[in-house]
Design a protein around this ligand. Structure first.
Ligand code: ADP
Length: 497
């Protein structure tokens, strides 16, 4: 039977989705399902690994039955997943020994503090490229081994397996036959030496994590095994963490290629080729994928509050009814009337790093109305992205050529134009903004020859809208100067008690 489709499993933090793509990269079928979030204590976040697996399986069969596809028509399966979330299970029975500890979970924050006190944080940073934090897998694994009775001994005996969600899904798809992860997911565990591309023995020893329980690390595009749960075998041949999959799905495979996802927060990645750039400004160095599907490096930064600022306008202040109304407000006025919003609701990330900073609106006058304030909020997304990109350019010594965008808020044309103006660079929105799933599909399809090479994939990549910078230099500089002053004011508010 003709292999018509690639199946992409997109296992996110709140939902499981499966998309079937055709050769042109068109979405032919999609199914999605939310699954429960568990908050057993303040700051703790868990998922049930069995619920993740059963939801992913059910949306996959649903996506197939919606368009009556048989497993024989699927050339391969690619997986992309919420990163860092940690699962440990029994090798024989497949039963998890503890719930999945989700990346957002803060329960190991004290462990990170202790590591800082002993100076080991510097080793972690140098080897893994990560700024040590509770959200990576390392301390979560240690926590489970410390707290579940007998777990460490069993792990030492080789009775337990660890995996991030990619590993867990592959293991279940192959009915326990294959225990692997890919380089991008491994690079988020805080246990992986990103230069030697190996698990780091010294870090493992420090955390008392037995090597036996870790998955074999493989390229993101490779046949790992065969899914045996759909009635006929399907090769499982692609895996990548969500942000790296999106970077690949945007065809950002060369040094200097940059994508930004405008969601609740923003996730920015800059491909830096075969050079891992060690950031001094708190950006993360992470493994991404080159045009052959092999490991390469990227700088990663995030904006904590992006689309969330628009949600706040809608749900907190009630000044707009739906997120897309923000664009109408922006266009109803000439400018923000001199106001700025610094949405430091949870502190400020790179390059400022100030946990105590809080949000401010500055420059209010009697003439300022709702539309000005909404516009200030929308513009704040662009300024924050600007700050991150300038930091990346400086550290990687690469000039931005263009910015490729995806995520919910990239639908806002006003924002995209303003972003291009402020960056003085072209902003490009592709036709298919399901770039995460698409990236996973491409990785899987390349491994089985469904797509020949990256050139064939590039032909699929189509531009939906292009935004060229057109703001006068003087105006741009004045606006940026105002933003800098607003940020300084937010920091002043936090530090001058
Ligand atoms: P996530 O995956 O983080 O949940 P999405 O990629 O679905 O986020 O994007 C949703 C976010 O984008 C929300 O925070 C919403 O406020 C914002 N958003 C959606 N549409 C628009 C728009 N037209 N203008 C501005 N923000 C928008």
């Amino acid at each position: 039977m003709e292999k018509k489709y690639i199946m992409a499993m997109d296992q996110g933090t709140t939902s499981c989705r499966t998309i079937l793509f055709d050769r042109r990269g068109n979405i032919c079928s999609m199914a999605q399902k939310e699954f429960p979030q568990y908050y057993p204590q303040p700051g703790w976040v868990e998922h049930d690994p069995m619920e993740i697996w059963s939801s992913q399986l059910s949306v996959s069969t649903e996506a197939m039955s919606k368009i009556r596809v048989s497993p024989e028509e699927i050339a391969a399966i690619g997986i992309t997943n919420q990163r860092e979330t940690t699962i440990i299970w029994d090798k024989e029975t497949g039963d998890p020994i503890y719930p999945a500890i989700v990346w957002q979970c803060r329960r190991t924050a004290d462990m990170i503090e202790e590591l800082r006190e002993t100076g080991f944080d510097k080793t972690l940073w140098a080897r893994t490229g990560l700024v040590p934090d509770a959200y990576f897998s390392g301390t979560k694994i240690k926590w489970i081994l410390d707290h579940v009775e007998g777990a460490r001994e069993r792990a030492q005996k080789g009775e337990l397996l660890f995996g991030t969600v990619d590993t867990w899904l592959i293991w279940n798809l192959t009915k326990g036959g294959v225990h692997v992860t890919d380089y991008t997911n491994a690079s988020r565990t805080m246990l992986f030496d990103i230069r030697r591309l190996q698990w780091d023995e010294e870090i493992l020893e420090r955390f008392q994590i037995p090597m036996e329980m870790l998955p074999k690390v493989e390229p993101s595009s490779k046949i790992y095994g065969s899914a045996e749960v759909f009635g006929a075998p399907i090769p499982v041949s692609g895996a990548a963490g969500d942000q790296q999959a999106a970077l690949f799905g945007q065809c950002c495979v060369q040094p200097g290629d940059v994508k930004n996802t405008y969601g609740t927060g923003c996730f920015l990645l800059m491909h830096t080729g075969d050079t891992p750039v060690q950031s001094r400004d708190g950006l993360l160095t992470t493994v991404c994928i080159d045009e052959k599907g092999c490991p390469a490096y990227a700088l990663e930064g995030s904006v904590f509050v992006a689309g969330a600022a628009i949600q706040w306008l809608r749900d907190g202040l009630g000044v707009i009814e739906k997120a897309s109304d923000s664009e109408i407000c922006c266009r109803a006025v000439e400018d923000t009337g001199g106001t700025y919003l610094v949405p430091a609701f949870t502190g400020m990330g790179a390059p400022y790093w100030n946990q105590d900073a809080r949000g401010i609106f500055v420059g209010l006058t009697r003439g300022v109305g709702k539309d000005h304030m909404v516009r200030a909020a929308v513009e704040s997304l662009a300024y924050q992205v600007y700050d991150l990109i300038r930091t990346m350019e400086k550290e990687a010594q690469i000039d931005l050529r263009e910015l490729r965008v995806d995520g919910g808020a990239c639908a806002n044309d006003f924002l995209m134009q303003f972003q291009a103006d402020i960056l003085e660079a072209r902003v490009i929105r592709p036709k298919c903004i399901e770039t995460t799933a698409l990236g996973a599909a491409y990785l899987a399809g390349l491994a089985v020859g469904y797509w020949e090479d990256i050139e064939e994939i590039r032909k699929n990549w189509a531009v939906e809208a292009r935004f060229d910078p057109k703001m006068e230099t003087k105006r741009r500089e004045d606006l940026l100067h105002g933003w800098e002053r607003a940020v300084r004011t937010a920091v002043y508010w936090a530090t001058e008690k």
